[in-house]
Design a protein around this ligand. Structure first.
Ligand code: NAD
Ligand code: UDP
Ligand code: UDP
Length: 323
């Protein structure tokens, strides 16, 4: 796709999204430097890339300065699931804020273009649905999700200030729930939890009444959005929502997964975690207009591919196709 080879830094490159992004950038003919401290990322996610002479992996924590020479920076380093980002909340804020300062300082010195992986969590528990980029959000700054939500909000502020004050070429994408192969099996996210429970015949844990909604984007679609945004014209800084606007309830998701896996698991209720957003759905008009981007993998197809991945990991057979 791309004709000019660039030196691309991916922070958080050994994580779920980062490893898919590294793969894609190598396929597009770039030199990729993956920087990760393996807090939630795994070496096995990038093991298949290590023999590629255009790929390099470096263990580093981005809350400390990093001096390398690059043309593009994708800043993805940050634990992303509620279980993981609440495990060490102070570190979560540090990686979001100090990590952003260091990567922006690096971009300022090298003149690299830098993309921030922001999140739909900047909208908190939204009072408008679907969420447009103009909506300023409803975040409880004192609650257990705040380390992530406020950390990411502050990172966005830093990005726009570095652009205004230091002319750094920035891109900010707000990612909505994304799923696919290599989701960490124990990070508690809903898609991986439900698939693992269904495949192992365990009860499926619905938090609350399961009427809360999310909109799930398949990882390949999201990576297309990342690249489109990074390579867009300079006046397109964002923030831009990237996600799949197909909204479904958590209960409906569980039922789909049960059907697709042919599982006999039962649905059971568990308490709804504090500050869990009741609804979430991206308005992607801006991405469609400015980037010509929209997701194209339907939920059922994406779930099939993800189920296949986890079934292989567990060494179980699935008779798919009953949905
Ligand atoms: P992930 O946990 O799989 O990946 C995060 C990666 O960052 C891991 O490899 C981890 O080891 C690394 N990391 C954490 N702290 C670090 C540090 N201090 N220094 C260097 N590396 C560090 O999560 P993911 O789903 O791949 O998310 C990637 C990014 O996308 C995150 O910034 C997340 O906030 C954002 N995001 C993801 C989603 C989603 O649905 N997957 C939604 C919204 C935003
Ligand atoms: N920084 C970095 N790599 C670089 C340049 C800067 O990690 O190549 C870090 C540096 O440690 C600094 C931060 O980025 O703390 C912000 O840099 P900036 O130039 O904005 O601030 P200053 O150095 O003036 O404090
Ligand atoms: N959830 C659930 N059961 C689980 C894991 C999650 O019902 O085993 C719910 C969770 O309460 C939330 C939604 O699924 O309403 C999505 O949770 P996830 O942690 O994947 O992402 P979030 O969008 O909350 O960051």
């Amino acid at each position: 796709m791309s004709t000019i080879r660039k030196r691309v830094l991916v922070t958080g490159g050994a994580g779920f999204l980062g490893s898919h992004l590294c793969e894609r950038l190598l396929r597009d003919g770039h030199d990729v430097l993956c920087v990760d401290n393996y807090f939630t990322g795994r070496k096995e996610n990038i093991a298949h890339l290590l023999s590629d002479p255009h790929f390099e992996a470096m263990r580093h924590d981005i809350t400390f300065p990093l001096y390398v020479e690059v043309d593009r920076i994708y800043n993805l380093a940050c634990p992303a699931s509620p279980v993981h980002y609440q495990y060490d909340p102070v570190q979560t804020t540090k990686v979001s804020v100090i990590g952003a300062i260091n990567m922006l300082g690096l971009a300022k010195r090298t003149g690299a273009r830098i993309l921030q992986a922001s999140t739909s969590e900047v909208y908190g528990d939204p009072s408008v649905n679907p969420q447009t980029e103009d909506y300023r959000g409803n975040v409880n700054m004192l609650g257990p999700r705040a380390c992530y939500d406020e950390g990411k909000r502050c990172a966005e502020t830093l990005f726009f200030d570095y652009a205004r004050q230091h002319r750094v070429a920035i891109r900010v994408v707000r990612i909505f729930n994304t799923y696919g192969p290599r989701l960490h099996p124990s990070d508690g996210r809903v898609v991986s939890n439900f698939i693992l429970q269904a495949l192992q015949g365990q009860d499926i844990t619905i938090y609350g009444d399961g009427q809360q909604t999310r909109s799930f984007c398949y990882v390949d679609d999201l990576i297309d959005g990342f690249i489109a945004m990074m390579e867009a014209d300079d006046d397109i800084t964002g923030p831009i929502n990237l996600g799949n606007p197909h909204e479904i309830s958590v209960r409906e998701l569980a039922e789909r997964i049960i059907a697709l896996t042919g599982s006999r698991s039962k649905l059971i209720s568990r308490p709804l975690p504090q500050d869990d957003p009741l609804q979430r759905c991206p308005d992607i008009t801006r991405a469609e207009k400015l980037l010509g981007w929209q997701p194209c993998v339907p939920l059922e197809e994406g779930l099939r591919r993800t189920i296949e991945h986890f079934a292989e990991m567990l060494g179980v057979q699935v008779a798919q196709g009953r949905a």
